[in-house]
Structure formats: C-alpha cells, structure tokens
Ligand binder design. Structure first.
Ligand code: GLN
Length: 345
C-alpha cells in the first residue's frame, strides 16, 4: 500500500513537472518571441523606420556596383519551422559578394574538414579591412579567416574538382541548396569585377607565395570573383541564413545541406569576422553571427530560431550595409534573437 502510494505520488509529481515545463515553454521564450504577429510588427517597424534614411553609399570600386539602385530595400525572416516573413523589395537580385564566403567555407569543411580551414588561413579576426595586404603580411597568411578576401580566395582554392567547371558547378549548386532554388551569375557584375580585381589577384599571389594556395592562384581568384557575382534576392539570403539557424537543414526544402556538426564552427567564424573590422561592434549590439557583402546584402543567424536577411546597397566605411545593420539589429532584438540573452532560472 505504501509502495503503491509512493508510486502514485511520483506519478503526480512527474505530471506536475511536465505541466510546469509545458506552461513555461509556452509562456516564455518561444511564444513570447516567435509569435507571428510580433515578427510581422517588428519587420514592418524596421522597414518604415529605415526606408527613407540616406546614410552610406554604394560600393564603387567594382564599377557595376555603383550603378545598382540604392533604394532597393528588402527584409526577409525565415523561422526554423519554415515560416517566411517579408517586407519591401523581395524580387530584385543583387550580387551575393562576400556572403558567398560563408558557403564556400562550408563546402570546404564538408569536403575536407573544419581543421582544414583552421590550419590553413585560421579562424581569427584580422582587425583590418576585408582586402588588407597588411593582414596577410602580419602572420604570413595564417591567423586570419575565410571571411576576408585572402582567406576566402584560399578557401575557394581548396574546393575539390577535376576542372574549373567542375569546381564552379559544385559551388553554384551548393549555394542553390542553401537558397532552396537554382541560382545564376549576374554576368555584368562578374565582368566588371573580373576586369578590375587586380588587388584580389595580388592577395591570391601572396597567399600562394606563403604556401596557403596550392593550385593556380589566378584560377582561384577568378572562381572567387564568379562566386561573388551570384545573384540573390532577399528571400534567397534569408533561406541561406535559416538553413544555418536550423542545424544545416534548409527549412523550406527539408534538405540537409551541411552536417549539423559543422554549423557551430561556421557560426563562430561569422561571429568573429562576418562584418570585418566592425564584427565586434555588431556582436556587441546583436549577439548574432552574421555576414555582409558589398552588394548590400546582410544575413544573420539566430541559432534554433530564425535566419534573417536584408538587402540595401548603401554601405558604411567598413563595407557593411547601413540599413541592413539597423533593421536586423532592431528586429532581432525585438524578437529575443540574441543567443547570449537568457533569463535567469
Ligand atoms: N567581390 C568582392 C571583393 O572581393 C567582395 C567583397 C565584399 O563583399 N566585402 O572585393
């Protein structure tokens, strides 16, 4: 009888604990933050607040980028359960630019290993601009990362393949798997950058001279230039970010694009260097691993919750989209997206 009672008491206690858990989950973080109405309101507010600001300027060191409409402004957020929320321009494609660096690095991690990245160009911040030669010279091409140009071109050189086309097709297909649709190159951007990328060729030559690039540095630079010219719209970028937020599985297509075990390392490099020498400031404000591109795109990842992207071409001094930084920071902070912000027990 005593046994029986204790058994019952244990059962009741477990039931109460489970009930308390359900209640706390539904009333705290999740329901509180990822409520569809809240998401829609946060996106609308950011869109309205920033659509008319005039700060920043298009990148012009790649001539074709100077001609892109600076008024393009689109926001997309995709939750890890595949819900899509948007505002503004969702159709216009811009060149992915440096955001591509994340996904080529991911390809190398998947094909070779995360150690291949760690041991070759490194996973440390440079504190320098994205195309710095000083950053190479300081440690002979080590102790940097795959988010700045020399490390990124080196990562591109590490993608395996029997020919230029083989390597290129692998990269393009891989980006498409993250975006959830087939992507193509914006030829005018590619031609414009290919005609003016002597500095990147020099960076690649130095990385070759220091033994980081093993193959043809000019071929690596050309494939890198092409990968930067891939056209993406705001929803493509949000899907790419959401795939990382969802442990490497695209929440729209259900395809596991990268092994879940590699995602933390990718996010760590994004957090360290995704906004170049302003990465610390960004992390301080948002806590989000993110990556910008000079085409005006910015993606950010709230692990387990959502991926978000904004396209707006005018950039600040560090080469990061002005509107995109403001909009993503506001939206994420309104939704409790900062992974470091936890409530005490
Ligand atoms: N394609 C550009 C370059 O190499 C990418 C730079 C960027 O987006 N920060 O200069």
């Amino acid at each position: 009888m005593l046994q029986h009672n204790r058994h019952n008491t244990n059962l009741i206690m477990s039931f109460i604990t489970a009930l308390a858990l359900v209640v706390s989950i539904s009333t705290s973080a999740y329901a509180d933050t990822l409520n569809p109405y809240k998401i829609k309101a946060a996106i609308k507010r950011a869109y309205d607040d920033y659509k008319n600001i005039k700060e920043g300027a298009n990148a012009d060191y790649i001539p074709a980028l100077a001609k892109v409409d600076p008024k393009i402004f689109g926001i997309a957020l995709i939750t890890t359960d595949g819900k899509v929320y948007t505002a503004g321009d969702l159709k216009t494609e811009v060149s992915i630019q440096s955001i591509s660096k994340v996904f080529t690095m991911a390809k190398v991690m998947e094909e070779s290993s995360p150690e291949a990245i760690y041991n070759n160009m490194g996973v440390d911040a440079t504190g320098q601009v994205f195309n710095s030669i000083v950053a190479i010279e300081q440690y002979k091409g080590s102790e940097m990362n795959a988010m700045v140009n020399p490390g990124a071109i080196t990562a591109t050189s590490m993608v395996k393949g029997s020919s230029y086309d083989d390597i290129w097709n692998k990269i393009l297909t891989y980006y498409g798997d993250f975006a959830g649709r087939k992507l193509t190159v914006l030829e005018d951007i590619y031609k414009s950058e290919a005609a003016t990328n002597q500095r990147n060729q020099a960076l690649a030559m130095l990385m070759f001279a220091y033994g980081h690039i093993k193959g043809d540095p000019l071929q690596a630079t050309d494939i890198y230039t092409k990968q930067c010219s891939v056209g993406v719209n705001t929803q493509d970028l949000a899907a790419m970010a959401a795939t990382l937020a969802n442990g490497g599985k695209n929440p729209l297509t259900g395809k596991q694009v990268i092994s879940t075990k590699h995602v933390p390392e990718i996010l760590a490099v994004m957090a360290t260097a995704g906004l170049y020498d302003d990465s610390g400031k960004w992390l301080y404000q948002t806590g989000l691993p993110a990556k910008s591109g000079v085409g005006g795109g910015l993606i950010a990842v709230s692990p387990g919750k959502f991926g978000i992207a904004v396209i707006s071409p005018p950039l600040d001094e560090a080469g990061n989209s002005v509107r995109a930084q403001k909009a993503i920071a506001d939206i994420s902070n309104a939704l409790g997206g900062n992974p470091y912000a936890v409530k005490p027990r």
